[in-house]
Design a binder for this molecule. Sequence first.
Ligand code: NAG
Ligand code: NAG
Ligand code: NAG
Length: 576
Amino acid sequence: MFPCTWAFNYRAFLACFIFAVTVFGQPAALTYDPSPFNFIGTIDDLTLDTAGGVLAGGTITVNGITVTVPKNLLVTLPSVSVAWSELFDGGVPSLPLLGSVSWEATIFGNVVRGERIAGLIYIAQETTQLLQGFITSINMTTGHFHVSDLDCVLNDPLGRFGPAYTAHPLWTVDPDNPSVRSSTGFPLCIPRNSTDPECPLTNRPTDGNGNALTTFTFNDPASISAGDPDPRIMVPLVVGDYITFSGTKVAGGLLAVYSLEANLGIYTAPGTKPAYITVEAAQYAIVVPDPTVEVGETRATALATDPSTLIQWFAIDVNPCTGKSTERNLLLVKPRTAAPRGKTVFRLSKTDASPATRQVGFRYSTGTQPGPRGIIAGQFIQPVFDYVFPELVSFGSPEVPNQFDLMPYLASGSGPFVPGNLLSPPMASPTIVRQLSPWPGNLKPGAVACPTITPTSSSASSASATGSTTESAEPSASATVSSPAPSASAGGPQVIQILAATTQNVRGTITTSVNATTSSLTAQLFLAIAGGDAVSPQPMSNLGGGLFTMSITTKTKPTSVTVTSSEDATPVTQTL
Ligand SMILES: *[C@@H]1O[C@H](CO)[C@@H](O)[C@H](O)[C@H]1NC(C)=O
Ligand SMILES: *[C@@H]1O[C@H](CO)[C@@H](O)[C@H](O)[C@H]1NC(C)=O
Ligand SMILES: *[C@@H]1O[C@H](CO)[C@@H](O)[C@H](O)[C@H]1NC(C)=O
């Protein structure tokens, strides 16, 4: 533009100088700190800090960018949340085929004083993988099934939906919710043999030509006869079912499936139990009172086998010290009765649902019932995979840092750590998940002081908090209390004995299971539970021979269980 060699007056010389600066000095925009980052990329490397125990942090490198993983961060995998350390085996990342298959991370974080720190991390192999096709074969011995040439197995370490597969437990199906399911949420299974009582071929009705039905409604279980299709039992998958599925590629060309939906319209009789729910999506908006940003909407989509019953959507707040969960109702919605029948859309529009929680739940207004093989029928607990942080509305202004301080489970902690690996034993002594450290933000929120927890024994079922606190911690996923056996005197008065009372904390929902016997063969036993969610005496199921059993699901852990009899007997109470 200005050939400098031709400059012969001052103005031209100046112009030439400015031009030279523009070309050779490279302009730079002012950067700012803190600044946010949200990215999805391919994992190059993971490291684990040597100090910090089970909740230690480390680093994750994604597409060449290294991010600090704070201590206390729990990573969300397709079906479970795990401590960072659970991703390592002897210091080596236990991601099957890492290096030859794309393992991907979605990371939300902030750059704070120059350090790139994560607040939320999601990890999966091939995040966007979604496959479809007809099942072409099922091997009941191995549990493997094929979709054309692809060899698949349900990654089901606990064997809830078919033969157990324990090789890669982190990448499991969701064992507590119907994650292997019909389009409507009915739990499906791979038969363990041709007469598997928990996955009988007879539970899949056929048409007059012997072809398995793809749409049907179960009758009320109270009115069915033996051998009839029964909604209390899972429905078998069969060759010819059209499925949509995702999984983890493992050695030998096998796909270890963690999510499977079959195109089946299976419904339950209106207003009866069990009925089932599944969740397609749930997103939580982070709301800030800032006019320069736009906030998203908190919403979810669920599917129901009983479109006649309302579904309550709730957020699950957790006590940072005890981990005790409290439900906060968000919206009560009636499922669609017209096609797509059973679809239930929850939209909060501009309603602020703060604070955002790690998990949300969905439950029929009529409540839950223990379902087949440990599934809780009538509810679905879902981790939030999609937080909608505020978005800039004026392009060019500084990006707004992610407000992790508005997420209590990151800012204050979430109570005793429960391993996400379904095959890991419960923690021998309670380890509290506290505030992320280093904190991924400019101003660290005030830390919550929790009382010191003292385990009562190495396999503690409950840990008592010292000091004046009245809340007890829930240290383990599964805790067993063996009862002191009362001596039954033959021929004497009726004696009740609690054989076993267990509680299982399944992502914030407590299932209490009790087995008891009575010395009277004519008595009916009842189970009551005490605590935050007291339940009045409920008739237990009679297994015959004086043996009774029952499971009850509550929001909070019961303090004790009491078994009473329809006949004259001293009630027996056991502290949990
Ligand atoms: C099922 O798998 C087992 C073990 O690999 C094999 O021996 C058997 O032949 C298979 N059954 C069928 C029907 O393919
Ligand atoms: C079929 O599988 C079920 C569940 O594993 C088992 O209880 C039953 O004994 C098996 N039946 C046969 C005939 O193998
Ligand atoms: C109760 O007894 C049943 C049947 O024997 C058994 O399957 C179950 O595991 C027992 N539950 C507990 C909590 O021990």
